[in-house]
Design a protein around this ligand. Structure first.
Ligand code: FAD
Length: 147
């Protein structure tokens, strides 16, 4: 069965507290485990960048729910591809605050040092996610290993 990867950016409707982000993560992990999805969610400065990987059908169904979620808007797909392997197989979903990254890491893939995924190119977003997957985000993420 093939694996698909969806990368999208969006803007939070209101600034989200740590508890609100944790609630999104808890529900995401619960749901994603059931359908074999994995991924990473970055949030800072009221912008999200999410990578979701798994079988096409549950991926699309999950994205449809995410798209309708009033906690964010301006949801835009940066990339959707069939892929040979997952970037984030260790996590049903994990969150990472981009402020914990080196400024140069963001700058490598963006026009400015600021994390602004709604203005990132597809290549920039994928490059950042690939680098995070390669260098290992385990020390930076904000929760236990869950997949
Ligand atoms: P329920 O378990 O019935 O409810 C979902 C939970 O979200 C409940 O605790 C509810 O109180 C709370 N909730 C719903 N809407 C609001 C709101 N407007 N304000 C405050 N709390 C609210 N879902 C996934 O399954 N996988 C993902 O990877 C995923 N990623 C997400 C990324 C982002 C940036 C956002 C904003 C949401 C994400 N979600 C994800 C959540 C998704 O949008 C749906 O809320 C969720 O999938 C619904 O799951 P459920 O039917 O089991 O709902």
């Amino acid at each position: 069965m093939s694996i698909a990867r969806l990368i999208y950016a969006s803007r939070a409707t209101e600034a989200l507290s740590d508890a609100e982000l944790e609630q999104i993560l808890t529900v995401s992990v619960r749901n994603n485990i059931r359908v074999g999805l994995t991924g990473l969610l970055l949030y800072s400065s009221r912008e999200f960048l999410q990578c979701l990987e798994g079988e096409r059908e549950p991926l699309n169904q999950t994205y449809a729910r995410i798209l309708a979620d009033p906690r964010h808007s301006h949801v835009m797909i940066l990339d959707y591809s069939e892929v040979g392997k997952r970037l984030f197989a260790d996590w049903a979903m994990q969150r990472l605050n981009p402020l914990r990254l080196d400024r140069s890491t963001i700058l490598r893939y963006s026009a400015r040092e600021l994390f602004a995924p709604t203005r990132m190119s597809a290549a920039g977003a994928l490059g950042l996610l690939e680098e995070l997957a390669q260098t290992g985000v385990a020390a930076l993420v904000q929760g236990p290993r869950v997949a």
